[in-house]
Design a protein around this ligand. Structure first.
Ligand code: SF4
Length: 203
């Protein structure tokens, strides 16, 4: 089947001492306030409220390895295709981070955004346990991290948003790993183009 190229993906990486990141980008109270206004608050196991203190988590680690994944739409790409690509890249990044977590003793994945692993929706509103605890991870923002400032400070590329249904210049995923030592086993491709069979999406 004929392939059509839809968007370009670029990855950047940075390793930051946790002490520096806490000073520059973490404000637990401020981001908890934002979370309380979100529909996911108390409704996803990946999102607050938590039964642990966030600062206790940060203090367990020495280093934060960050990855910035930027999707740039190519001419002819629709917003629907770009958003489908974003979800695909999020899944791909999550798998890669989970692999790195296995290779780095004591590491913790920070996922890019809230958990969307269950197509049927999260089990939390029903008072049921998480269905996939082996894959579910918390995001930077759920732990009080400022993702916008992270993207600007460490990758020199501000986040942009979809406004009024218009195609954005690019979309960004920011994830990472909390580590007790320097990272091992990083193998991110720096840049590639993503293709899917034409006709898979309408429009
Ligand atoms: S894996 Fe499923 S049940 Fe667990 S947090 Fe994610 S969506 Fe909710």
């Amino acid at each position: 089947m004929v392939k059509s190229v839809l968007y370009k993906v670029q990855h950047q990486q940075a390793q930051v001492p946790v002490a520096e990141y806490l000073q520059e980008c973490v404000d637990v109270d401020k981001f908890l306030g934002y979370c309380q206004q979100c529909e996911n608050y108390n409704r996803r196991w990946s999102c607050p409220t938590f039964d642990f203190a966030l600062m206790d988590i940060w203090r367990r680690f020495k280093s934060l390895w960050l990855v910035n994944c930027v999707l740039t739409p190519l001419p002819g790409t629709t917003l629907e295709q770009l958003l489908a690509g974003l979800q695909q890249e999020k899944n791909r990044l999550h798998d890669a981070l989970l692999n790195l977590e296995k290779q780095n003793t004591g590491a913790w994945v920070l996922s890019a955004g809230s958990c969307r692993l269950c197509e049927e929706g999260c089990s939390r509103p029903q008072g049921q346990p998480c269905r996939k605890p082996e894959r579910m991870r918390y995001s930077l923002e759920a732990l009080g991290g400022d993702v916008g400032k992270t993207a600007e400070l460490y990758f020199k590329q501000p986040l942009v948003w979809i406004e009024k249904g218009e195609m954005p210049a690019y979309l960004t995923l920011v994830g990472g790993l909390l580590l007790t030592e320097e990272i091992k086993g990083v193998c991110f491709d720096e840049e590639r183009e993503f293709s899917i069979p034409t006709g898979l999406f309408a429009g």
